[in-house]
Design a protein around this ligand. Sequence first.
Ligand code: SF4
Length: 173
Amino acid sequence: MVAALETRSDCGRCAALCCIAYPSDDMPGFAARKAAGEPCPKLASDGRCTIYESRAEEGFAGCIRYECFGAGQHVVQTLFEGRDWRGDPSLLRPMVETFLAMRPVSDLAYLVEKALGAAPNADVVEDLLNVKGELQHIAQSRQSLADSARIARCEQALRRIYASLDPATLGRA
Ligand code: SF4
């Protein structure tokens, strides 16, 4: 059975992957320096944020605004079957790499859901569901996530659909 894609983050089912994956240069609103793949200095060894309640006051408001659109929990719960680098440090690198590969797929899945709320007719709905189904299949394994050409075809299809949508309707979706 193909696992459905969630399009909102659920940090409780993730493993702080966004606190590790990105370099600080790519993290607006992040008041520390770090390289890609390096844990945030505010991340405790148990994978919890030590300043969670005061992130904005301490210069980490970007963490509050950040949204992975469900990529994190999909990686942990589906692609690593609930395993976690906090229990097996050798998983850290492959989990982070998979998270980075999953992010564009989750972004596109979110955009599909948004467009479904603005689809003017059944033909557009069908086109969107086709893209959604393809994204779900791509997200089922680490191997298929590596197929960047397949992801690019989904993006192109979605661009064409978006070009046909009424921006005013889309803004309300
Ligand atoms: S400040 Fe907290 S939420 Fe932000 S990246 Fe660091 S550990 Fe994660």
